[in-house]
Design a protein around this ligand. Structure first.
Ligand code: PGA
Length: 251
């Protein structure tokens, strides 16, 4: 399985800044070993046209941070998954904790989004994770199980999907989960996927304050198939330095 390095830019960068990033990225990109790893950028919606233009034909893939479950209609402010597909995207984030907590996206809504994306042959990158309170109350595995089982309830098992474990308390906080915590959760998610006969098909990424100095060890944890990276993906050098810490990502 290829390791996946995904960049979640959240609501950062305008189209000009995205263009400058991708121009600078193209030199680094030539060193990436695409037999061993996949790079995916998730720019903000208003930068998707720029991404489509600058990443067309490149090794790096891209996708949207959010899309709706209908192709078109009276849904003011939403992103059409069909349009995202037509623009050349291959991926879409689903259920990032900021979508769940700030925009009240429910498990049911997320399951519909996943089904729609898969129907269009877009690859959902489905995020799950517990809050600090849930971890303190020993609810981590129950919360994750519920998120996975309900989120994947309408999934097409013959189509691709990526799972991203992002403990909410580690996102943007500089607090990274310990190797032991990551190992425990990824083992749990792997077993859960095994029960669903999906263990060989669904990569499991870790996300939450990933940087070059912690990526080096995290990438060696069993069942960590890559990373979803926020803050450290905003600069070419900090994103590239994460790839440099691994032994397989560069030629
Ligand atoms: P972070 O964000 O790397 O800045 O913690 C990760 C994410 O939200 O996907």
């Amino acid at each position: 399985m290829k390791k996946i390095f995904a960049a979640n830019w959240k609501m950062h960068k305008n189209p000009c800044e995205a263009e400058v990033f991708f121009q600078n990225w193209s030199e680094k990109e030539s060193k990436i070993d695409s037999d061993n790893c996949e790079i995916v950028f998730f720019p903000a919606t208003l930068c998707l046209e720029t991404s489509s233009r600058l990443l067309s034909g490149k090794k790096s893939k891209w996708g949207a941070q959010n899309s709706f479950y209908e192709d078109q209609g009276a849904f003011t402010g939403e992103n059409s998954p069909m349009t995202i597909k037509q623009m050349g995207a291959e991926y879409c984030l689903v259920g990032h904790s900021e979508r769940r907590s700030l925009f009240f996206e429910s498990d049911e809504l997320l399951s519909k989004k996943i089904a729609k994306l898969q129907a269009l042959d877009l690859i959902p990158m489905f995020c799950v994770g517990e809050t600090l309170e849930q971890r303190k109350n020993n609810q981590t595995m129950d919360v994750l199980k519920k998120q996975v089982v309900s989120g994947l309830s309408l999934m097409d098992k013959n189509k691709k999907l990526i799972l991203a474990y992002e403990p909410v308390w580690a996102i943007g906080t500089g607090v990274v989960a310990s190797l032991e915590q990551v190992k425990e959760v990824h083992q749990f998610l792997f077993s859960l996927l095994s029960e669903m006969k999906l263990q060989d098909k669904v990569p499991i990424l870790y996300g939450g304050s990933v940087k070059a100095d912690n990526a080096k060890d995290l990438v060696k944890v069993p069942h960590v198939d890559g990373f979803l990276i926020g803050g450290a993906s905003l600069e070419v050098n900090s994103f590239y330095s994460i790839l440099q810490t691994t032994e397989f990502a560069l030629t």
